[in-house]
Design a binder for this molecule. Structure first.
Ligand code: GLC
Length: 598
């Protein structure tokens, strides 16, 4: 399976939000499962400055965007089994910031156009292009547009991942031809038209072969007016191809047992380091060094949908509880001013840093006891997962990915991994904060067990990567895992692994995937329905037939001059023994996780 992941930002190269974290870790997880994966990103100024010396220039070409005939350079580097492509055009991308320019529409129109046109120069012809948010939303549209004239584009399937439906790429329909080089028919038939605007995201939702939201609950919420920013009817119309796949986090990067960025390491076996981290945090931000008072933390952009109004309403009631509060983040002036003022009312008990600071955020995840995220909406949310990994128990509102990752504490059967409330109401939030604070103070053993359950949750990418691959399989008609991977034990290079041994972990893994990593299974509706997959499979096959292999071969043969890249992933087929061993290890890890939870 060949996958091209198209994104406007990715860690470690360029980041403004959660999309970059996902794009920085999902591709490698897909590659680890045996897929061939490449990522394509714009060559922004900051990428050139920080990584320029690691990039290899491959070639350049000209891309037609309406009446423009624009230079596009292609750079690459290889990392963790993934090929990273960077599209260069200094006029569009040699700027200090990633977004926020008046010509963003043209910039990302160019990026999407160039992704499709530069396919000819990439290492492999993709089976699927996974687009992300509005910036790459025109890719499915251009593929269809070009596919009318050029047969080889018809074999490429597309998926769209929605990280946040709030941003849709809306423009005056008047610019369609001049800016994006598309025929008026795209607006006239409604594909790119919404509420009188040209709407790029809508086009992608309609044209992509599958759409996935970044959590199962968010996939459902997208069908509701409250969450969908006017896209609810389009999402309902496309329900048949809508999935929800929970994001993961990089479990190696965020590991309290070996994270060099925190003051003291700790793990579920030995939590003493956590006490040291707490004392360190209290000193760092000027809170009183009180080991038995719970520190509640907020690390967030200070914007309305993060639910900060609830905190503003009951802050004084919160501060009547025996707790401390630390806030890190910046954003809207009204929240910045409120928190700045509030901190002065509670010296030694409340600390506020109006900043985006990676180092301090790690000190907070490691040193705090409770992590507050009362979001009005939250497509997935990564911070609650990071907090849990560091034993900082989350208090969240039940929305989007927060609902999927945090399960409420139930004292009577000693279950759950955090605290939750459902209504967007400050008193409901206050109620669970009180419950959490007193559990910490009055029942330290129960709190310790709750904290341990939070730390043991499996938020690794491996599981979500499997779900992505099943979606890709559904839209391409390919079988995944690839059948060639099966005769592992027949290979002379393989370790002497018995048939049962080789097969068992894979079975366990898929059972685990179906059940989800937590105590409660992911609702069945959100897993890839077999029928859709089957329908897609047949659709994919028929289209593939229409696109002769020769076409693709021609394209691939053309840019021979760039030569072969060393260490390119030809995947599991070539290394069956390694793959079997990895699968086995993965199976065992998953088994361990499940057992521990019980
Ligand atoms: C967006 C969402 C956030 C999600 C992230 C990664 O930033 O707001 O909830 O975790 O994308 O998908």
């Amino acid at each position: 399976m060949k996958i091209l992941y198209a994104t406007s930002e990715a860690v470690p190269f360029c980041k403004t939000g959660g999309l970059a974290d996902v794009a920085g870790s999902l591709p490698a997880a897909l590659a680890a499962e045996g897929a061939e994966v490449a990522v394509v990103v714009p060559l922004y100024r900051r990428v050139r400055e920080r990584f320029g010396d690691q990039l290899t220039f491959l070639c350049y070409d000209y891309v037609n965007l309406a009446w423009r005939h624009v230079y596009c350079g292609l750079f690459a580097l290889e990392k963790d089994g993934v090929i990273w492509y960077f599209l260069d055009n200094e006029q569009y991308f040699d700027r200090p910031d990633l977004y926020g320019y008046m010509d963003d529409g043209e910039r990302f129109g160019f990026f999407s156009r160039a992704i499709v046109r530069m396919l000819d120069h990439m290492k492999f012809w993709p089976d699927v292009i996974n687009c992300n948010d509005w910036q790459t939303a025109l890719v499915p549209v251009y593929l269809k547009d070009d596919g009318v004239r050029e047969e080889r584009f018809r074999s490429v399937r597309t998926t769209l991942t929605v990280h946040n439906i709030e941003y849709q790429g809306r423009y005056n329909p008047y610019v369609l031809g001049d800016l994006f080089g598309l025929d008026a028919g795209w607006v006239e038939d409604g594909t790119l038209l919404m509420d009188g605007d040209l709407n790029l995201l809508k086009g992608a939702v309609l044209c992509a072969d599958a759409v996935n939201a970044v959590s199962p609950t968010y996939a459902n919420e997208l069908k509701m007016a409250y969450f969908a920013h006017r896209m609810e009817s389009v999402m309902r119309q496309c329900e048949y191809k809508l999935f929800g796949v929970l994001n993961g986090i990089d479990m190696d990067r965020y590991d309290p047992a070996k994270d060099p960025s925190i003051a003291a390491a700790f793990s579920t076996e030995d939590m003493s380091g956590k006490d040291a981290d707490k004392a360190h945090l209290q000193r760092l931000v000027g809170l009183r060094e009180e080991p038995h008072v719970p520190v509640v933390a907020i690390v967030s952009r200070l914007v309305s949908h993060k639910g900060l109004d609830l905190i503003c309403e009951v802050l004084h009631d919160m501060m009547k509880l025996p707790m401390q509060l630390v806030v890190l983040g910046k954003g809207d002036k009204k929240y910045e001013e409120f928190f700045h003022w509030a901190a002065q009312q509670y010296p030694g008990r409340m600390a506020v840093r109006l900043d985006y600071n990676e180092e301090l955020s790690m000190a907070i995840y490691a040193g705090a006891d409770l992590f507050l995220m009362p979001s009005k909406s939250e497509p997935c949310g990564l911070s609650q997962m990071i907090a849990m990994r560091y034993g900082t128990v989350p208090i969240v509102r039940e929305t989007g990915g927060l609902k999927d990752t945090v399960h409420p504490y139930e004292a009577w059967r000693d279950a759950g991994n955090g605290f939750t409330f459902a209504n967007y109401a400050s008193n409901d939030m206050l109620h669970v904060i009180r419950e959490a604070v007193y559990l910490y103070k009055d029942f330290p053993d129960a709190f310790g067990r709750l904290r341990k359950r939070a730390m043991e949750c499996d938020f690794s990418w491996a599981r979500s990567a499997g779900e992505y691959l099943r979606i890709y399989a559904g839209v391409t008609g390919q079988v995944w895992p690839a059948p060639e991977a099966a005769p592992v034990e027949a290979s002379p290079a393989a370790e002497p692994v018995s048939v049962e041994e080789a097969a068992a972990p894979a079975e366990e893994a898929s059972a685990e995937e179906k059940a989800g990593p937590f105590e409660e299974p992911v609702p069945a509706a959100e897993t890839v329905p077999e029928t859709v997959a089957a329908e897609k499979a047949s659709a994919g096959r028929s289209v593939e037939k229409a696109a002769p292999a020769g076409e693709t071969a021609d394209v691939k043969a053309e840019p021979k001059k760039r030569g072969r890249k060393p260490g390119t992933k030809n995947g599991a087929k070539k290394e069956p023994a390694r793959k079997a061993a990895e699968k086995k290890a993965a199976g065992e890890t998953k088994k361990k996780g499940t057992a521990a939870k019980k």
